[in-house]
Design a binder for this molecule. Structure first.
Ligand code: SF4
Length: 670
């Protein structure tokens, strides 16, 4: 029988790595859930070897959040395959959003659904006339040439992916084209990275190729949406004939699961959606008897939003009962249930019509339908909170927000034969266990940091804070400035992270002038601009220059980026990056206090802040050779509850110091 060693692709195990892999292997063997907190450098990607060693022919599904994590797993699996003499097939699926080469307006999934239906009808028609290879058919090619590229009705990439056969005992059958099959086979057996895929697939749909490769793969790497979105997962498992109950699931960067599930489970409604829904319903009056009745609901919804504009808050809770009363009062409906039923009927009709017409955007009616359904459910389920948000221009949007991802996470974990969650920042692991899985039995493991301790200096300022009551205190501000100035004297590229854009802007203005000999970069809100600036920052060490980032915790420059070697030599987190406190936050905390009387506030409020800080600091030390200084610029990190939330190795190594001692320690660091 195969052992872990037979699947492990390296010469030797890293410190504590074997312990981690054995826990994962036991989970795969015996079933259940395991959570592993494994700092950078623990070799956590090798957990996939442990699952394979115990898979006994079962499929392994790996869920990742970013393309860079996906690439890490593809490289790891490539090595496992070499170790196994080539006997391992793996494939990956990336969302159509980043892979689909067909242009056009609207939602890519809808567009795909529509063009595939239309292309299939056309290919079938031609195949019935004997043209079994659609890509070679003159008429189809002509239609493609004439097509309006902004509103495509046919997908040439899909057409190249299909052909037809006519078995003697059955009618016409659509099958993957020979060209697609060849590529899919190579995709399963070579390491072709996502950025190489479009070129590799040429005129064949990359998504169809990935799907075909996945069908016979032993391991499939998917993104979080493929796993956590029920509709996408169910469709995917069905078309790949995956039985979750017989598959092993590995979730990477599991500290992000909660947030991703919450965003998938939440639904928003803007003033533009209401306006758009009105136009859509006007066109439905002939086709649907219910359209007028539903249209009469829109003015009260708009009035409800208008009423909220008077509020001073930018985010607050609204009472769903008042919302429902306002809507029902002016309508002919007897219940919300009846409204949802009618909305569902109309939205399905609109969806079909739109797809036929080559219009692939999600309709406002569909959104309205989803919103009403959720708001109706929110009355009975406290895990959903009704919230409104006001933007800088005073526009109001309503949202039914999921605040507790545990039901969905438990459902997904239990629907698989075994589920292993790993992350470099899943600390404290017991809190994450309760947050995600409540009372379920879960194996947990928290590993020490495997990198040499002498390569890092960890400091925590004991005399500065961004606590609201102290933000204007002149002495506190002077010490904050002194800490930033002292930190900025460290050699190499550095990053300073703030709890919010407001504080970032305040301090960037105050402190940037005092930075000597480093190019200053301030995180812009615009993603494209942020990417350009980051590339320039990372290129500086190669030119024997250095820079300093002023960024936001949880922002574009703080998570999921790998600043190896000299790219980043130190990080300072100013403040405890708590989410702004308002009535919504209070309600979330109350909900979790009901669930976990002792720990509810910590889990729902402090834990995400600690995680944001750890993620930001975690950019610095990415390999055993990296050296760097990590500073927590906030005295609240020394409070027992908060300090206890840091990884044990960090608690042990962290030195508390005032701004003078910090200046001395920074100077002494070589
Ligand atoms: S079939 Fe492929 S190329 Fe065509 S629309 Fe769908 S994802 Fe895009």
């Amino acid at each position: 029988m195969d052992t872990l060693d037979d699947w492990f692709p390296y010469d030797r195990y890293r410190p504590h790595q074997r312990e981690m892999l054995e826990l994962a292997a036991a989970c795969a063997r015996e079933g259940g859930i395991a959570m592993i907190d494994a700092p950078t450098g623990s070799g956590k990607s090798s957990v996939v070897s442990a699952l394979l060693a115990e898979s006994s022919g079962r499929k392994v599904i790996v869920a990742v959040r970013t393309v860079s994590q996906l690439t890490t797993f593809l490289r790891e699996l490539g090595m496992v395959r070499d170790r196994r003499g080539g006997a391992l097939k793996f494939a990956y699926l990336v969302g159509k959003g980043s892979m689909c080469p067909l242009g056009g307006e609207g939602d890519v999934y809808r567009r795909c659904e529509g063009v595939k239906a239309f292309s299939t009808a056309l290919m079938r028609e031609r195949a019935q006339k004997g043209s079994l290879i659609p890509a070679n058919d003159r008429q189809i090619r002509q239609q493609i040439r004439k097509m309006d590229t902004e509103h495509p009705l046919i997908c040439p990439y899909f057409i190249h992916a299909k052909s037809y056969i006519e078995p003697e005992d059955a009618g016409l059958r659509q099958i993957p084209s020979a060209a697609l099959r060849v590529r899919a086979e190579r995709l399963r057996n070579e390491v072709i990275l996502p950025e190489q895929l479009a070129k590799f697939c040429g005129d064949i749909c990359p998504y169809e190729t990935m799907m075909h490769a996945a069908r016979e793969a032993d391991v499939i790497v998917v993104n979080f949406h493929h796993l956590f979105d029920d509709a996408i997962r169910e469709q995917l498992y069905q078309s790949l004939e995956i039985d979750g109950g017989a598959a092993l699931l590995l979730i990477d960067e599991a500290h992000n699961c909660g947030e991703v599930v919450q965003s998938i489970e939440s639904v928003g409604l803007s003033e533009r959606d209401i306006e758009q829904a009105g136009h859509e319903l006007a066109h439905q009056r002939k086709a649907s008897r219910e359209a007028d009745a539903i249209r009469n609901l829109l003015p009260p919804v708009a009035r409800f939003m208008e009423m909220l504009k008077g509020s001073q808050e930018t985010e607050d809770w609204f009472d769903p009962a008042i919302f429902q009363r306002m809507i029902m009062k002016e309508s002919l409906y007897q219940s919300m249930e009846a409204i949802v039923d009618d909305l569902l009927k109309i939205s399905e009709g609109i969806r079909e019509q739109n797809i036929k017409a080559g219009e692939f955007r999600e309709s406002a009616i569909e959104r309205l339908c989803e919103f009403f359904y959720r708001i109706f459910r929110s009355a009975a389920d406290r895990a959903y909170l009704t919230v409104y948000r006001k933007d800088d221009d005073g526009n109001v949007a309503l949202e039914v927000r999921n605040i507790d991802p545990s039901t969905k996470l438990q459902e997904i974990a239990q629907a698989h034969a075994a589920c292993v969650l790993i992350s470099g920042t899943l600390s404290p692991i017991e809190s994450y266990r309760r947050y995600y899985f409540g009372d379920l039995a879960v194996r947990t493991l928290s590993l020490p940091n495997a990198f040499p301790a002498e390569n890092r200096l960890i400091l925590c300022a004991n005399d500065i804070t961004t606590a609201y009551s102290m933000r204007r205190d002149p002495q506190n501000l002077a010490r904050l400035d002194a800490t930033i100035r002292a930190f900025a004297t460290l050699p190499g590229n550095l990053a300073i992270y703030f709890p919010s854009y407001d504080l970032l802007n305040t301090f960037a203005e105050r402190s940037a002038k005092a930075v000597r000999g480093k190019q200053v970069f301030i995180e812009p809100k615009n993603t494209a601009e942020a990417n350009v600036a980051l590339r320039e920052f990372l290129s500086l060490p190669g030119q024997r220059r250095s820079g300093i980032l002023f960024a936001v915790c949880g922002g574009k420059w703080s998570e999921g980026l790998d600043y190896r070697g000299e790219m980043l030599s130190g990080a300072l987190v100013i403040g405890l990056p708590l989410a702004p406190f308002n009535r919504v936050r209070r309600m979330v905390i109350e909900y979790f206090r009901m669930k976990f009387p002792e720990e509810g506030e910590f889990i729902s409020y402090t834990l995400p802040a600690i995680n944001r800080a750890l993620q930001a600091l975690g950019r610095v030390l990415r390999t055993p050779e990296d050296r760097g200084v990590l500073v927590l610029g906030e005295k609240r990190f020394l409070e027992p509850r908060v300090k206890g939330g840091l990884p044990p190795w960090m608690q042990e190594e962290m030195r508390a110091c005032d701004s003078d001692a910090l200046t001395r320690a920074v100077r002494a660091w070589k």
